[in-house]
Design a protein around this ligand. Sequence first.
Ligand code: GDP
Length: 511
Amino acid sequence: RQLIAKEKPEALQDRPPVVTILGHVDHGKTTLLDAIRDTNVAGGEAGGITQHIGAYQVEHKNRLITFLDTPGHAAFTAMRSRGAQGADIVVLVVAANDGVMPQTREAIAHARAARVPIIVAMNKIDRPDANPDFTKKQLAEVGLVPDDWDGDTMVVPVSAKLRKGIDDLLEAILLVADTLDIKANPEGRVFGTVIEAKVDRAKGVVATLLVYNGTLETGDIVVAGKAYGRIRAMFDFRGRKLRKAGPSTPVQIMGLNDVPDAGELFLVYENEREARTVVEERLQQQQKRLASAPKISLEELFNKVQSGEDHELRLIIKADVQGSLEPIISSLNELGKGGEIRINILHAETGNISENDVMLAAASNAIVVGFNVQADAAARRLAESEGVSIRLYDIIYRLTEDIEKAMKGLLEPEVKEVIIGHGKVLATFRISKVGVVAGCRVLSGEFRRNAKVRLRREGTIIYEGEFASLKHEKEDVREVRAGFECGAAFKNFNDIAVGDEIECYIFEKGS
Ligand code: GDP
């Protein structure tokens, strides 16, 4: 917003509104996003191949609307936490048979904090137990008084499943958009936000960017957080090559040197040197912050232990969520107590292990420890060339046990995680006594019954463990190869959903 304020008012033009869909789990966010995309993708291409790149655009009455395609408020809050507005309009999905639920309230709080107007999609009106009046009453109680009750919240009845009411919803979005000041300068400074990013084996770092201002072009030099690079190729959500992308356009780009975080701001720079300087400065600042951060170590031991390098075990810890970092840090602190060797946690943060973590580890002779996270391909490469040890865990006591061994100098040779297969959940079945079984397709590599398995939803790891069973056409099998479907159950885990991504991996002893 501050950057937009720098643009000359006369240069500003209307841009498509950016919409995010929030709501309680199972109220139909994903179904609604699919319904909107399938029924309204411009140019009669409905049913064609659209890719999930984190955002898409539809056309209604010759106007474009951009939808963030990551249901739930993860993407929205990631952007907000980095100062971006996240979206111009929130569509709040409320199932008419279930009404206002805890996550509905949470979503309202998020939208209000961001000062983003809310349109309610009252979903599942096809259900016999739908109760629109009761739902409206509940909405009014939380401050969303429906416009047909003289309030100022548009409540649009829809059935995402039957694809009813979608046009009315799009109409409502455009009406609300017209009351807002949704503008950008297509000729201005190019910036926007990172919607999602990942490493693709073949393509390298692939990032979806949402342009807010200016026009992004192939060949531009982009800085996003600690990543930078020249855009080698740019695609829209249909996988079509693009040369230019104006305001509110989501694009998938290739060419960054690292994986930026979702929600991060991106900016285009004049030349590569300038971009590199910006990134290097950011890295230096981060290192400074780390150096000045209070070290989580044990003063009482400092005096006892010789100050030689060998008496300190330096760690960089990456974990999936803050909730796992805390117990890890406190149990490591416990370990350090009374031992001969100090534990010095140089850096502890949530997120995957990146090249930057490895650089820091190399510079300070530290070990990188990951809990429920992965090491990016670039990070793994760098670790190999720098001789940095990366250790991945999914159970806290294994982690502390290993660190304890490391402190005693007993650690076995490093083991490396090797991903042997990727796949996707296509359907779920509840089977009595067994639990939930996922119908999956192996997309690359293979699934092995005895290998480890990990599930991701919207990029976040939601399960890490082992198969409870693996079947192909009702037969128990030891492996399933790419291109085949299988039925999989997971040990002690039933919260599987269609669209979840599956990674099958093994641990191999390093050289
Ligand atoms: P999300 O968790 O909010 O993304 O919800 P989903 O889109 O996954 O939907 C949850 C369940 O509700 C699925 O079984 C959908 O098929 C079902 N569902 C979604 N929309 C509708 C609808 O309009 N009518 C009915 N009857 N079921 C729906």
